[in-house]
Design a protein around this ligand. Structure first.
Ligand SMILES: NC(=O)c1ccc[n+]([C@@H]2O[C@H](COP(=O)([O-])OP(=O)(O)OC[C@H]3O[C@@H](n4cnc5c(N)ncnc54)[C@H](OP(=O)(O)O)[C@@H]3O)[C@@H](O)[C@H]2O)c1
Length: 380
C-alpha cells in the first residue's frame, strides 16, 4: 500500500506492508523506523532502521497536521453555527411557522416553573397549543390559565410525578390521546440541594435523579416518536446541562444523568432524522430559576446567568439550526473557553467552583437541615 503526503521538505512516498493499520498510525510507525524514499527530491531509498531526527520531525509534523485539521474543522463548524444562531437569525432570520413545521401541539415536562414554564409561554406565543406536565395540579392550572388568556391557544394539563413507577406513563398516554404532538420538550429535571458527595446523598434523592433526569426523557420520547414518524415531522428538545461536559465531582449523579441525555439525544437524532424529526440537545450553564436560587452566585441574573425568559428566547432561535448547543451566547463563550483547556484542568476548575458553592451553601444552611442531611458531612 502506498500513500503520498506533502511535508515541508517535499513529497515522500511511504511504503507499508500491513493494510489493516489505520494510515496515520502506519505513517507514524514507518517514519520512525521503516523505509522512506524521497520521491520529490529524486533521492534513492533512505533506510531508517533506527530512529533518526528526520523521522521524528516528520512524525510530529503529521501528528500536528492531523490535530490542527481536527481543531480547525471542529471549531470552525462551531463558529459557523454560532454566527448563524446568535447573529444571523436574530438579525435576518425569517419568521417561522412552528405549527406548520412541527405540528399543532407542544408537550412540555416540568412546565410549571423556570425553563419549562418559559418554553410553554414562548411556544404558545408562536401559536402552538400546549400540554403541560408536572406534579402540582394547582400550579398547572395557574400556568394554563395564564397561557390561554395571553395567547388564546388551547392547553391540556397532565398531573404526573416522574419519580413514581411506570404506571404514570399509562396516564400520560391517556392524556395525550388525539393530541398531535409536534414538539416534545424534555425539560423536567432535579438537581442536588447542594454540591455533595455520593455518600452524602440520601437514597431517595439518588433514585429521583435517575427516574426523573434519565427515565422521563427516555420514556416520553418513546411515547411520542411513533406518531411523529407517521407524520414525518416533529421535534424533540432535550434539556441537558453544561454539567455533562466533564465528570463533575460533588455533582456526580447529576452530571452523569445529563451525559446520558447527550448520548441519548445524539443516538436518536441519528436513528430518526430520516423521518423528518429534529432532535436538539441543550447544554446550558447556570440559569436563574428555582433550581439555582439556593445560591447568590448562580441564582441571580447576570451576564453569564440569564433569566429563563432570556435563555428560552435564545435557545428557540437555535432550534433546527444547532443540534447540540448551550443555547445562549454567553454560555457558548464559556464552552469555547473550556474547550481550549486540557480536560483535567477544566475538571479541576469545576471542582473548585463546586467546592466554593458548597462552602457558601453550608454556611447559609440552617443547622437543623445540616443535621437532617448528614451528620458526618466533611467541610472541604
Ligand atoms: N437552572 C439551571 O441553572 C439549569 C442549568 C442547566 C440545566 N438545567 C436543566 O433545565 C431543566 C429545568 O430546570 P429549571 O431550572 O427550570 O428547574 P425548576 O425551576 O426547578 O423547575 C422544575 C420543574 O419540574 C417540575 N418537576 C420537578 N420534579 C418533578 C417530578 N418528579 N415530576 C414532575 N414534574 C417535576 C416542577 O414542577 P412541580 O414542582 O409542580 O412538579 C417544575 O415545573 C432541568 O432538566 C435542569 O436540569 C437547569
Amino acid at each position: 500500500m502506498y500513500g503520498c503526503m506533502k511535508l515541508d521538505a517535499g513529497f515522500y512516498c511511504v511504503e507499508a506492508k500491513a493494510d489493516f493499520i489505520p494510515q496515520p498510525i502506519e505513517v507514524l510507525l514507518l517514519s520512525c523506523g521503516s523505509r522512506i524514499c524521497s520521491a520529490h527530491q529524486g533521492g534513492g531509498e533512505l533506510p531508517l532502521n533506527t530512529l533518526d531526527n528526520n523521522g521524528v520531525f516528520r512524525a510530529l509534523a503529521i501528528i500536528g497536521f492531523c490535530y490542527t485539521t481536527k481543531l480547525v474543522l471542529t471549531h470552525g463548524w462551531g463558529l459557523i453555527q454560532a454566527a448563524r444562531v446568535y447573529l444571523f437569525e436574530p438579525l435576518f432570520g425569517r419568521k417561522r411557522d412552528w405549527v406548520r413545521e412541527y405540528g399543532r401541539w407542544a408537550v412540555i415536562t416540568g412546565a410549571t416553573d423556570g425553563i419549562g414554564k418559559e418554553y410553554a409561554i414562548q411556544l404558545a406565543g408562536k401559536g402552538m397549543n400546549i400540554v403541560l406536565i408536572s406534579r402540582s395540579l394547582d400550579k398547572l392550572n395557574k400556568v394554563s390559565r395564564e397561557i390561554t388568556t395571553d395567547f388564546g391557544v388551547q392547553t391540556k394539563v397532565i398531573v404526573a410525578d416522574f419519580q413514581k413507577d411506570l404506571s404514570i406513563y399509562a396516564d400520560i398516554v391517556k392524556g395525550l390521546a388525539n393530541v398531535e404532538v409536534g414538539l416534545l420538550v424534555n425539560n423536567v429535571g432535579v438537581f442536588p440541594p447542594y454540591a455533595m458527595h455520593l455518600t452524602e446523598m440520601d437514597p431517595q434523592s439518588i433514585w429521583q435523579h435517575v427516574t426523573v433526569n434519565v427515565g422521563a426523557a427516555t420514556m416520553m420520547t418513546r411515547l411520542v416518536l411513533p406518531q411523529m414518524m407517521e407524520r414525518k415531522k416533529g421535534g424533540i428538545i432535550n434539556i441537558s446541562s453544561a454539567a455533562s461536559f466533564c465528570p463533575s465531582p460533588l455533582m456526580c449523579v447529576y452530571s452523569a444523568t445529563k451525559m446520558y441525555i447527550n448520548y441519548f439525544s445524539e443516538a436518536i437524532r441519528d436513528d430518526y432524522s430520516k423521518y423528518g424529526i429534529t432532535v436538539q440537545c441543550l447544554t446550558p450553564y447556570y440559569i436563574a430559576t428555582n433550581m439555582t436560587s439556593y445560591s447568590d452566585r448562580i441564582g441571580k441574573a447576570a451576564i453569564t446567568v440569564p433569566t429563563s425568559r432570556q435563555y428560552v428566547r435564545s435557545a428557540l432561535q437555535s432550534f433546527g439550526i444547532a443540534h447540540t448547543t448551550t443555547g445562549y451566547f454567553a454560555h457558548s463563550l464559556q464552552y469555547a473557553g473550556s474547550q481550549l483547556m486540557p480536560t483535567q484542568f477544566y475538571k479541576e476548575i469545576v471542582h473548585k467552583y463546586q467546592l466554593q458553592l458548597r462552602h457558601d451553601d453550608l454556611k447559609s444552611e440552617p443547622i437543623v437541615n445540616l443535621l437532617r442531611f448528614n451528620l458526618t458531612r466533611n467541610y472541604c
